[in-house]
Design a protein around this ligand. Structure first.
Ligand SMILES: [Fe+2]
Length: 241
């Protein structure tokens, strides 16, 4: 099984869809466990349904934000190739740890990743992306949870980590697109200067901004290549006409 495979950490997706695989349910979790049991449903569709189930009613603003982050993930499909659905799934699910029924440590990347790992046995890379999204390790350190986070979840692939930062840090709290600088300022204003989230941003802002820049450049390069190829095709067709 590849890192990006879905949904089970130990089994193939198609196998899981037709087997009654035993699962561990977190006893504190009181949400409907939206098991990916429909064979034709891909990872992104499943993730969207799962995120809606967990967030829409208790946290409508988080749900709006998650929809915007997922839309940004879709916009990165040209540079992600076969990983596009995995990134979209991570975008849908990255904030589910805020849901009251999923709170355990109170640190949403860890709580969300634990739910995905322990309750629905999501793929290893999906859990790692959620656990470490948007420089979560730095905020974990502010909360005294860095060792715990590192012990339970390894960092995700760098390119996908960057892509998820791009999506999260260019999407506002209501799902609107915004520049990374505005997003960082908005987060600081919303939480206040003494909050662990704002303190962590003091350390992570350069990395967050750098990731957005890197991904933006890749996307621009890809768009330019596609445009050039299209113009060449048009020239060939025009000459042949
Ligand atoms: Fe987010």
């Amino acid at each position: 099984m590849t890192d990006g495979a879905f949904p089970c950490r130990r089994d193939d997706w198609r196998d899981v869809s037709c087997q009654d695989v035993p699962r561990r349910f977190a006893t504190s979790v009181n949400v409907r466990h939206n098991r990916p049991s429909v064979g034709h449903m891909n990872i992104a569709d499943w993730a969207g349904d799962t995120a809606r189930t967990i967030l829409e009613t208790p946290l409508p603003r988080r749900w709006a934000h998650s929809q915007g982050v997922a839309a940004q993930a879709r916009s990165l499909a040209p540079i992600l190739g076969p990983d596009a659905d995995l990134l979209a799934a991570a975008a849908w699910l990255h904030d589910i740890g805020y849901a009251p029924d999923l709170i355990d440590t109170g640190f949403h990347p860890l709580d969300g990743a634990r739910y995905l790992s322990d309750t629905v046995q999501a793929s290893d890379m999906l859990c790692r992306l959620v656990a470490h999204h948007s420089c979560a390790l730095i905020e974990a350190a502010e909360r005294g949870l860095a060792d715990q986070l590192s012990r339970e979840f390894e960092p995700a692939r760098r390119d996908l980590t960057d892509a998820l930062i791009y999506c999260d840090m260019t999407t506002g709290p209501d799902g609107q697109r915004m520049p990374v600088e505005q997003r960082l300022a908005e987060i600081r204003a919303r939480y206040g200067p003494e909050h662990p989230v704002s303190r962590a941003l003091g350390w992570s802002a350069p990395e967050l901004t750098g990731a957005v820049t890197r991904v933006g450049r890749r996307l621009a390069g890809c768009t330019l290549t596609a445009r050039t190829a299209l113009q060449s095709q048009v020239r060939v067709l025009t000459a042949a006409a």
